[in-house]
Design a protein around this ligand. Structure first.
Ligand code: PXP
Length: 244
């Protein structure tokens, strides 16, 4: 079986920073911590509305990461130009709607094919591996291969939000198997947690998982006891100095 890589999506670190429009938490620092803790790569979604990750984050990630950068983006002229300038290791093309809370559903790769085909060809000509974020559906997998992409990322949202439903898992297994038969590298992601990742990790053709929200939200819980202790200590030190 192929080894399974974990790419950490750091968008939600940027979401927290943007709540104050300040400079912390810094997604680049978070990405380096993930690398130190064993991440195989870092994923960041530069949205057209720049809701969380900013252009300067992508530049800094590209220059400071030790592991590959996977740039998630919509297939627009602006984003393709940015990807060609930044030259990440991977580009994952995703659908994007301004009003959505997060990426909803996979990219419909049966539509707008000339534009998709041209973007994939331009990006891959420079050595970038292009992955298409699609629903686990045979038509989408086949169309992805025909478009010339080297990889697909299977949307695990239906499986995750359905509580690990066996029909949704079967769809992922079938799509992964078809993708591999068509010569595509198979990735998966969206909504994965420590509770539901097991059956997806067991799909032999899946070689990479992209996980963000669950890792970042659990990091808050894991980190709170430490920062509480540090804050108490800083308060205590300040108080003691004031009393002198
Ligand atoms: N893969 C893609 C293409 C995504 O758009 C996202 C969400 O940004 C993820 C993976 C990660 O999903 P989650 O944050 O739910 O782990």
């Amino acid at each position: 079986m192929k080894p399974l890589r974990l790419y950490v999506n750091i968008d939600h670190v940027a979401t927290l920073r943007q709540a104050r429009r300040g400079d912390e938490p810094d997604p680049v620092v978070a990405a380096r911590l993930c690398e130190d803790a064993g991440a195989d790569g870092i994923t960041a979604h530069l949205r057209e509305d720049r809701r969380h990750v900013q252009d300067h984050d992508i530049d800094r990630l590209r220059s400071s990461l030790r592991t590959p950068l996977n740039l998630e983006m919509a297939c627009t002229d602006e984003m393709v130009a940015i990807a060609l300038r930044v030259n990440p290791h991977h580009v994952t093309l995703v659908p994007e709607r301004r009003e959505e809370v997060t990426t909803e559903g996979g990219l419909d790769v049966t539509r707008d094919q000339p534009r998709l085909r041209a973007a994939i060809a331009r990006l891959q000509a420079t050595g970038i591996v292009v992955s298409l974020f699609i629903d686990p559906d045979a038509t989408m997998v086949t169309a992805s291969a025909e478009l010339g992409a080297r990889a697909i990322e299977l949307h695990t949202g239906t499986y995750c939000h359905g509580g690990g439903d066996s029909t949704a898992l079967r769809a992922l297994q079938d799509a992964a198997s078809l993708g591999a038969r068509l010569g595509l590298a198979v990735h998966a992601g969206h909504g994965l947690t420590t509770r539901n990742v097991g059956p997806v990790a067991a799909i032999p053709e899946v070689e990479e998982l992209n996980i963000g929200h669950s890792i970042v939200s659990n990091a808050v819980y894991v980190g709170l006891p430490t920062i509480m202790r540090d804050m108490r200590q800083a308060m205590h030190d300040g108080r003691s100095r004031g009393a002198r």
